[in-house]
Design a protein around this ligand. Structure first.
Ligand SMILES: [Zn+2]
Length: 227
């Protein structure tokens, strides 16, 4: 799996430590910056370690490889500060974001938990949003559908791939056999302990997804010169 991310212009305001987004998401956000004279961001890209940190601070944060933040497809914004500065209402902000393919996680338009989290679903956002209803347990489906469509194949690993990746991480030094032997099981357990996963010792779907994300090739391009 290869993650291609672009740094946002240096004029971006806020406390986001890793101002990187996927190319289309970055372009759309730069357009919003021009539409609004600039918003204020509290979080953008999360690398694997940032995901762990985020889970320590907020129990609802997702495992690395599960959050749209991991793929450069999400931003958190400082809604209160923005509404006060721009003298607009929350529904205006939702409209401004939506016009550029950035959709709030909440589907009810209300100001509650996660009302500051926006996913980039692009110009075909309606297609992904068909997976959501007003039931909050469905709100993660749109971004998950988007991630699965773009990266799904690469988030599933054969035992052979698991051994190769654990070798790259120095958890495994045995032969690449594709067999789930005791030695492979021990290496998987070590990886699961390191990343706060359920210690099953087997290459379950969650372990494979986290492992695929943690070992993904990354290309981070700097902010373009015009920024
Ligand atoms: Zn968020």
């Amino acid at each position: 799996m290869k993650l291609v991310l672009r740094q946002l212009p240096r004029t971006i305001r806020g406390t986001s430590r890793l101002p990187f987004l996927a190319q289309d998401a970055a372009d759309a956000l730069v357009a919003i910056e021009k539409d609004t004279d600039g918003l204020i961001y509290t979080d953008m890209w999360r690398d694997p370690t940032m995901s762990l940190l985020s889970r320590r601070m907020k129990k609802t944060s997702q495992l690395p490889g599960y959050s749209p933040h991991n793929f450069g497809l999400a931003v958190d914004i400082d809604v209160k500060a923005i509404l006060e500065e721009k003298k607009i209402r929350y529904e205006d902000l939702l409209r401004i974001m939506k016009k550029r393919g950035w959709i709030c996680f909440r589907r009810d338009g209300l100001e509650g938990p996660d009302y500051d989290h926006f996913n980039f679903l692009g110009e075909f956002s309606a297609k992904y949003l068909t997976r959501c209803t007003l039931d909050p347990t469905t709100w993660g489906n749109a971004a998950e559908y988007f991630i699965w469509e773009h990266f799904g194949k690469e988030l599933q690993l054969e035992t052979r791939d698991v051994q190769l990746r654990l070798t790259a991480l120095r958890f495994y030094t045995g032969p690449i056999t594709g067999m789930k032997d005791l030695y492979t099981r021990e290496a998987i357990l070590a990886f699961q302990r390191a990343w706060d996963l359920i210690q099953s010792g087997s290459p379950d779907m969650t372990t494979c997804r986290v492992l695929a994300f943690v070992t993904a090739e990354r290309e981070l391009s700097p902010a373009p010169a015009w920024a």
